[in-house]
Ligand binder design. Structure first.
Ligand SMILES: Nc1ncnc2c1ncn2[C@@H]1O[C@H](COP(=O)(O)OP(=O)(O)OP(=O)(O)O)[C@@H](O)[C@H]1O
Length: 371
């Protein structure tokens, strides 16, 4: 775990200092990602660089796994903390393999062990070792260079990583891909990560915790969903933007927000029977499933009220469904695209598991966020 305790940095003369970081305290549990966010000049980078002592704090302390880092030699400290920066900073005259092995070599690792590690890391991000180990940085795309930059920081298996806008220079499409890939890797390696970003969407996607700074002060420190649901003050509300409810949609899984008490009928059932079932359960529609349990068609209350005969005569085919593993943004997108106020949710086997409605989404956004 990383603990910042009253961390403070002043620049300039003591009688009239510029207070870059002002009494910041926070705890980040092992294996979590904390994104530092806030307007330009609010103290994000200074805070991060005090963790690996590239900047010396004016006062306050940083603890890593309970150890006061001011008692560790700064050079040694930096070798145990991975560091990724936007400008990447690969050595142009070293191969990918040599670049990845820089810290293990400095630490005196056995050569075979470090070379095996380089190979293993490249495989982890889908870069074929045969093709890439012996290449030079200039023979890589920007996205590939950034991946190698991340691998270099991971090579000596540091428990803590600092990442200063690591994906800031990558185009939006590749950036999405590299973020996904990084999160997938993080699920395996479980590093404790402090990550500076300018991008709220990136922060919401990557963070377990977001720390919002203003003028050197920590204004709010919370999980993304909590932050978006309950901004602590009007500065944060403005910073998050008027579309913060939409941003929350991607944080909520379909499984958590769907309604599971849906009604099913057979297509040979009468419309009257279907209507009775809807009314007694206060459902807006009934569903017909196929033999495998997949949603096939639906009959809404409005249609049923005007018709007679069998459900099969009047039910409309289900145009689409959302997987329960998806998020609310995906669900809303399908609902809009297909004009489906009621969207079936299906499990891995395609079987119907629940229903999403506009009402269930609004209800979840109003009441679902964990306090
Ligand atoms: N070496 C320095 N000497 C004097 N002032 C500095 C120094 N480094 C940073 N500052 C000031 O400290 C404050 C915080 O800077 P910092 O780089 O931490 O902000 P930031 O939030 O990372 O900004 P950005 O998002 O623009 O990168 C700013 O007002 C900056 O001008």
């Amino acid at each position: 775990m990383i603990r910042l305790e009253n961390l403070t940095k002043h620049y300039g003369p003591a009688h009239d200092p510029l207070i870059a970081v002002d009494n910041v305290s926070l705890d980040l549990p092992t294996g979590e990602i904390c994104v530092l966010l806030g307007p330009s000049g609010c103290g994000k980078t200074t805070t991060m660089k005090m963790i690996n002592r590239l900047i010396q704090p004016t006062s306050g302390k940083v603890f890593i796994n309970g150890k006061d880092t001011s008692t560790i030699d700064p050079i040694k400290l930096r070798r145990t903390i991975g560091y990724v920066i936007q400008q990447i900073g690969l050595f142009p005259n070293k191969t990918v393999e040599e670049n990845i092995c820089v810290v293990p070599d400095l630490l005196g690792w056995d050569r075979r062990k470090s070379r095996a590690r380089a190979k293993e890391l490249l495989e982890l991000v889908g870069l074929q070792p045969d093709l890439f180990l012996k290449r030079y940085p200039k023979e890589l795309s920007g996205g590939q260079q950034q991946r190698v930059g991340v691998l270099r920081a991971l090579a000596a298996d540091p428990p803590v990583m600092l990442m200063d806008e690591p994906f800031g220079a990558i185009d939006p499409i590749n950036r999405e891909a590299i973020q996904e890939e990084f999160l997938k890797m993080q699920r395996e390696i479980r590093k404790t990560i402090i990550f500076v970003s300018h991008d709220l969407d990136e922060a919401v996607k990557m963070a377990d915790k977001i720390a919002i700074f203003r003028s050197g002060r920590l204004e709010q420190y919370a999980a993304p969903d909590e932050l978006l649901a309950r901004p602590a003050n009007s500065f944060i509300e403005d910073f998050l933007g008027s579309d913060r409810a939409l941003k929350r949609l991607r944080l909520v899984s379909v499984r958590d927000a769907m309604e599971t008490g849906f009604i099913t009928v057979r297509s040979s059932d009468s419309v009257e029977h279907a209507l009775e079932r809807m009314r007694s359960s206060r459902s807006a529609a009934v569903f017909v499933l196929n033999a495998d349990g997949a949603p096939q068609s639906l009959l809404s209350e409005q249609v049923a009220e005007l018709r007679s005969g069998t459900v099969g005569d009047h039910a409309e085919p289900v145009k689409s469904a959302v997987p329960t593993t998806g998020d609310l943004r995906q669900a809303v997108s399908i609902m809009f695209a297909h004009d489906m106020p009621l969207l079936p949710c299906v499990d891995e086997g395609g079987r119907m598991a629940g229903v999403m409605s506009y009402r269930s989404i609004v209800h979840y956004l109003a009441h679902g966020a964990k306090a």
